[in-house]
Design a protein around this ligand. Structure first.
Ligand SMILES: CC(C)(COP(=O)(O)OP(=O)(O)OC[C@H]1O[C@@H](n2cnc3c(N)ncnc32)[C@H](O)[C@@H]1OP(=O)(O)O)[C@@H](O)C(=O)NCCC(=O)NCCS
Length: 265
């Protein structure tokens, strides 16, 4: 029996710090300390935990932000970390933590969230795009600079920016398990299932880097043509495919009107 709720007290925040280090293998320069988790809660962000009895087995942490839009400032949440203990993965907990982030944000009138993820991580792409309905229109080259994360495999920290319009018809439909809104696919970008293996091995890392460079080039070209990542599918062998189409098919209005954004940096 797993309970998803806001973390309370120093002990539960410290458990998030520990799970963070267990998950990413960060050294001291990269790990986010308990104080920052505390501040996230104090300033209108979120620190949500998944608890099995009293033990933390997953958490999601977000920070509040403001975007300038044509309709004035718009508050939003930047979800910085999502982690589920290895023993508890693939049982829907990651998705449940995201849906709880959404519920809590909407309860305060916050209608937009975003986060970044490594486009070479097939599972994360599947969760973010297919299961949650986020879309991507921005490719960030080496976003964090050098990272001690063991999941990064020493590659540059290229990221896709996931945009989650919390009450869009697309996200509402997925949440309510109704048929997803259909879209036309104009382009596809593949990620081979072997990418994790290639990243992990010293000798094969160059191969992973080639895929990162080539896919990064394709994402940037597609985004400059006005396409967005709208879908993600995987085949029986675990290979992933990003499906690109015009964003206007699934988003409207505010989502496209940010004045200051990573896109304009
Ligand atoms: C990402 C993470 C939080 C997901 O948590 P989780 O509880 O395992 O996620 P869920 O079970 O809710 O959803 C995962 C989905 O991916 C699917 N999946 C699992 N392995 C996969 C793979 N190799 N390729 C594609 N999809 C995969 C699961 O089947 C599930 O989909 P389903 O609901 O259709 O079965 C967890 O894997 C984790 O902590 N990873 C390390 C840290 C990290 O990468 N955080 C995210 C940064 S954006």
């Amino acid at each position: 029996m797993i309970q998803i709720r806001s973390c309370e007290g120093f002990g539960e925040l410290e458990a998030c710090v520990e799970l963070q280090i267990e998950t990413w293998g960060y050294d001291e320069s990269d790990a986010i300390p308990r104080k920052t988790f505390l501040l996230a809660q104090e300033i209108g962000g979120q620190v949500l935990g998944a608890f099995e009895a009293e033990t933390l087995v997953g958490f999601a942490m977000s920070l509040p932000g403001i975007k300038e839009t044509q309709n004035g400032p718009r508050p939003y949440l930047h979800s910085h970390m999502l982690a589920v203990r290895e023993s508890h993965r693939n049982r829907g907990l990651g998705a449940q933590l995201k849906w709880e982030q959404r519920r809590e944000a909407l309860s305060r009138g916050i209608r937009y969230m975003e986060w970044t993820f490594d486009p070479l991580e097939i599972k994360n792409a599947f969760l973010n795009i297919h299961r949650l309905g986020a879309i991507c229109r921005t490719y960030l080259v080496d976003f964090y600079g050098v990272s001690s994360s063991r999941l990064q495999g020493g590659l540059p920290t290229d990221r896709l920016l996931a945009e989650w319009e919390l009450d869009s018809p697309r996200v509402e439909a997925i949440f309510a398990r109704r048929p997803a809104i259909e879209y036309q696919i104009e382009d596809r970008i593949d990620v081979p299932a072997a990418i994790d293996q290639w990243k992990a091995g010293e000798a094969s890392r160059e191969r992973a880097r080639k895929v990162q460079l080539e896919n990064g080039r394709m994402f940037q070209q597609a985004f400059s043509r006005g396409l967005a990542v709208l879908g993600f599918s995987r085949d029986a062998d675990g290979n992933g495919v990003y499906e690109m189409g015009s964003a206007a098919q699934v988003v409207s209005g505010q989502a496209t009107t940010f004045l200051k954004d990573y896109r304009n940096l």
